[in-house]
Design a protein around this ligand. Structure first.
Ligand code: SAM
Length: 274
């Protein structure tokens, strides 16, 4: 069985072909012998054999049936490797991770078209993770590491920042892939925090506050929050005053801690935002 069929653009198949980059990713991933490793989108296996050699357990999720079959065949004699022929956006990730009682080390060169969605899926299972090493489009990586009040700072920065320390490890240029993508990529390391970076009360309310605050970039925070569901039935002035935040600021100038203050206050006053 071969993995050499023409790459599918629809599945974001830009395969890593640069041995130097492959080795650097494996080094950054810091796989330990008792690690359970999840690789999303193993593709032609640029990283996979290295992971299989180092990890205690390895689970692969690959949506391309031919490539999933290739890995199943290749690793059929290795009981430590499991291949799931599935869409990572449709599987029950929490259930898959709970089958092995370990903290998971996630490694992936993510397909560009679904990278942000995958990040939010992984955020949902942050408490099951020990580390993530992800290759993303450089632009998404820039957003994740951005400080407040710059154009890259946004919803992903704040929501992922609540539960992860995120570091950009290195940049990867298009020539390291086949076929070459049009843009640069970045490898990022995500270290899950034991406790959230700030107390937010309800995480659902936190997500709503953050999304509403970034919903209209040119408008003031007060204007963005006015029409948001999470503030329905409360006096905005009371909220902003209690949190010591000026409603004339734009949402993107708020730090994660300030979003957390808004969310905590709303969580603690449920009758008013029911
Ligand atoms: N890891 C390989 C490498 O570094 O060369 C391949 C990376 S390639 C950028 C992305 C991989 O994700 C492809 O193998 C593609 O088939 C797979 N993929 C795309 N969409 C997927 C999905 N929804 N669920 C699981 N895998 C997916």
């Amino acid at each position: 069985m071969s993995s050499n069929r023409r790459p599918l653009k629809s599945l974001g198949q830009n395969f890593l072909v640069d041995q130097n980059v492959i080795e650097r990713i494996i080094q950054v991933a810091d796989i330990r012998p008792d690690d359970a490793v999840l690789e999303i989108g193993p593709g032609r296996g640029a990283l996979t054999d290295h992971l299989a050699q180092r990890a205690g357990r390895l689970v692969l999720i690959e949506f391309d049936h031919a490539l999933a079959a290739y890995h199943r065949e290749r690793h059929k004699d290795n009981p430590r490797v499991t291949v799931l022929d599935a869409d990572v956006l449709k599987v029950d990730l929490a259930a898959i991770l709970s089958e092995i009682p370990a903290q998971w080390n996630v490694v992936a060169n993510l397909p560009y078209n679904i990278s942000t969605e995958v990040l939010f899926r992984l955020l949902e299972v942050h408490d099951r993770l020990s580390r993530m090493t992800l290759m993303l489009q450089k632009e998404v990586g820039d957003r994740l590491a951005a400080p407040p009040d710059c154009s890259e700072y946004g919803v992903t920065t704040v929501l992922l920042g609540l539960w992860f320390d995120i570091r950009r490890s290195f940049i990867v240029h298009p020539g390291s892939f086949h076929p070459r993508p049009k843009i640069d990529s970045a490898v990022l390391t995500f270290i899950p925090l034991e406790n959230p970076r700030a107390e937010v009360g309800s995480e659902e309310i936190f997500r709503s506050v953050v999304k509403a605050s970034f919903s209209m970039r040119r408008k003031t925070l007060a204007n963005c929050l006015k029409s948001a569901e999470c503030t329905a039935g409360i006096g905005l002035e009371t909220l902003l005053k209690a949190c010591d935040i000026d409603g004339r600021r734009r949402g993107e100038t708020l730090s994660l801690e300030e979003f957390a203050r808004l969310s905590l206050w709303l969580s603690q006053h449920p009758s008013q935002n029911a």
